[in-house]
Write a protein that binds this ligand. Structure first.
Ligand SMILES: Nc1ncnc2c1ncn2[C@@H]1O[C@H](COP(=O)(O)OP(=O)(O)OP(=O)(O)O)[C@@H](O)[C@H]1O
Length: 622
């Protein structure tokens, strides 16, 4: 598909003959979702994409935003000159309000502002003024210190819009912005979008069944049915257009409802006839330049939205970037027309994301505090269960079991949450990466940097408690070596979990995670000893990640130089009091600690690396 763009601030979207086809499983023929649709969405106008379910609304929106490129043919033009990529010109506000629940409105806005606008071109105070102006415009000032999880549906939607207004994109796309809102909140949101469009933005949204009041706020209505455009024109031309095609809209009937009834085929299938009649601009009238306030000035001033906000004054505040600015200079700096805002470097964004992750880790007590407590309790139980296995030669076999249990425990408790972690975050990530808040790799590095100390802490707390409760050798060298293996094993499991969670869906991820871990234990060489395995199975065991952890742990615990393990006085003979015998029995007498640690590090890097690509794939796939 050919794409041209323009970086000026008023940008029209022209698209011609867009055909979108998707493969159908087990069929040669592709399904054609959009069948050559064309149109023009102008700057300064609010456009609604309407149509029955399955008509292709979301598909068209995804193509216009650049979310979908595969299977698309036709021409999409944004402005006249070829310049930036389409994604840099537009923001896409998804249907779900993907917000971090633990941040307040002001914190969310501040983080987004810092990610979008460099501190070199705007001071912290100016950023706060910008945020206050946007929040004021969107009637969110009173909720400034409210955490996102406590916001109402309407407030969340407005915050999602506010976040994208920070860097003032010339084009805003919204997928069903009124879904889940009550009627007054829906009216309020669309009125807000109408007035934002009047400032020169191109605003396009998909919508289901708009009320008559909402319908009249759209400058352009673009109706799809069965992949064809069956109407493109102003709301006021809907009834004449339908009449020209032989459909008489009953008096007092909402034209939008009637249009959708026709599109749904309730009066027969006239899609092709309407598609032919809808070609061209003849049903479009020149847009009004007045704010909705003027059009609706007779509306009752007592209209209130879901948050109890009076709707009568909101239009006066619509100038987001110039209102309440202390000086002319500042006003200019925040102006919509201004292009002096520069984005921060990815390094700066990395630090912002690291601090965001850290705050999240601290505020979500289930992620850190609860897990830490559970690791401690588990360690005490397991430690007491194995007793003095570390110093009692009668319990040397139990001590090997103890090492296996630890490796498996840390592996599972690290891998399983990782499987579920990114699927939960992917919608937020998708929104923020797509809207150019930061690059995916920056986010990924930030999560690596913040999660590593947490995993280290979990492993250290658990392993230290069990180490001393089971009376393992009180030698600093051995302790440090053992701890290093546990830490690496925990971080590797995290990478493995992320890879699984982003490769398949969470349900399958947990299943594959459990199955693969079972096989890794079976093939680790400590349940069926290496020397008892069929020869070819020994090679299979090389694929077991647990093998390297357990070999390294055994070598660190029993390697040469360890004095004989104590045989209790009441025992006549202890076969496993010599560490060399234990190592020989397990078939690890020739293994070295450092080589196995290197193999674990290799796996760690491999899984974390693959996990980045699987995450990227999951993001693109949506
Ligand atoms: N990737 C895909 N693979 C298979 N079919 C698809 C794909 N994308 C869209 N479709 C099909 O194309 C049609 C239009 O889908 P789309 O989501 O654009 O409709 P819509 O108008 O937004 O519907 P709704 O209002 O119910 O969300 C549907 O029949 C859908 O199943």
């Amino acid at each position: 598909m050919e794409i041209n763009h323009d970086d000026s601030h008023r940008i029209d979207i022209n698209f011609e003959n867009i055909v979108y086809s998707v493969p159908v499983p087990k069929q040669k023929e592709k399904k054609i979702v959009l069948k050559g649709v064309s149109g023009r969405f102008k700057s300064g106008e609010l456009t609604a994409i309407l149509g029955p379910s399955g008509a292709g609304k979301s598909s068209l929106l995804n193509i216009l935003t650049g979310f979908t490129t595969k299977g698309v043919k036709g021409t999409l033009e944004m402005g006249k000159k070829s310049s930036n990529s389409a994604q840099k010109l537009c923001s896409y506000i998804l249907q779900d309000d993907n917000l971090y629940p633990f941040f307040t409105v002001n914190e969310t806005m501040l983080i987004a502002t810092n990610l979008k606008i460099s501190s070199r071109c705007m001071s912290h105070n100016d950023k706060q003024i910008l945020i206050d102006n946007i929040l004021d415009t969107l009637h969110l000032v009173h909720a400034k210190e409210t955490r996102c999880r406590n916001l109402s549906g309407g407030q969340k939607k407005r915050l999602s819009i506010a976040l994208e207004l920070i860097d003032d994109p010339p084009i805003l796309f919204l997928d069903e912005p009124t879904t889940g809102l009550d009627s007054s909140s829906s009216t309020y949101t669309i009125r807000l979008l109408h007035n934002l469009a009047r400032e020169g933005r191109t605003i396009v949204c998909t919508i289901h069944q708009p009320s008559a009041t909402i319908y009249e706020m759209f400058d352009l209505v673009y109706v799809l049915a069965e992949g064809y455009c069956i109407y493109q024109g102003s709301h006021s031309n809907t009834v004449p257009y339908l009449a020209s095609q032989g459909f008489q809209c009953p008096q007092f009937h909402n034209p939008a409802d009637y249009l959708l009834e026709v599109a749904n085929g309730e009066y027969g299938n006239f899609t092709y006839q309407l598609a032919k009649a809808a070609i061209g601009d003849q049903w479009r009238t020149s847009s009004s330049t007045v704010y909705i306030k003027d059009e609706y000035e007779n509306e009752s001033n007592s209209d209130r939205n879901d948050d109890g906000i009076s709707n009568d004054t909101e239009e006066k505040r619509i100038s987001v970037y110039t209102k309440t600015s202390e000086s002319e200079n500042l006003s200019g700096k925040l102006s919509f027309k201004s292009s002096i805002k520069t984005t921060p470097s990815e390094w700066t964004r990395l630090w912002i994301l690291i601090s965001r992750c850290n705050v999240l880790l601290f505020r979500d007590w289930t992620v850190t505090h609860l897990k830490l407590l559970l690791h401690f309790i588990s360690a005490v139980i397991i430690g007491l269960y194995f007793g003095d296995a570390g110093v009692n030669a009668n319990k040397s076999i139990s001590n090997i079991g103890f090492l296996i249990i630890n490796a498996v425990y840390l592996w599972y408790t690290s891998m399983m949450p990782a499987v579920l972690r990114f699927p939960a975050e992917i919608s937020i990530l998708k929104k923020e990466v797509f809207n150019n808040w930061y690059k995916l790799r920056t986010y990924y590095i930030a999560t690596l940097i913040t999660s590593t100390p947490i995993h280290t802490l979990f492993a250290l707390v658990y392993a230290t408690v069990v180490y001393f409760l089971t009376e393992q050798p009180p030698e600093p060298g051995r302790y440090l070596k053992v701890m290093l293996v546990y830490i690496l094993c925990t971080i590797t499991a995290d990478g493995f979990g992320i890879m699984l969670g982003t490769l398949v869906n969470p349900v399958n991820g947990t299943f594959f995670g459990a199955i693969s871990s079972c096989f890794m234990i079976v093939f680790c060489g400590f349940l069926v000893l290496f020397k008892h395995m069929p020869v070819f199975m020994r090679y299979v065991s090389d694929l077991s990640l647990h093998k390297y952890c357990l070999v390294a742990l055994t070598v660190a615990t029993y390697e040469n130089g360890r004095p004989d393990i104590m045989c209790p006085e009441d025992s006549f003979y202890c076969h496993y009091s010599k560490s060399s015998i234990i190592m020989k029995e397990l078939g690890v007498e020739t293994e070295t600690y450092s080589l196995n640690v290197l193999k674990i590090i290799f796996q760690l890097v491999l899984f974390k690396g693959i996990a980045f690509f699987t995450l990227r794939r999951a993001l693109v796939k949506g």
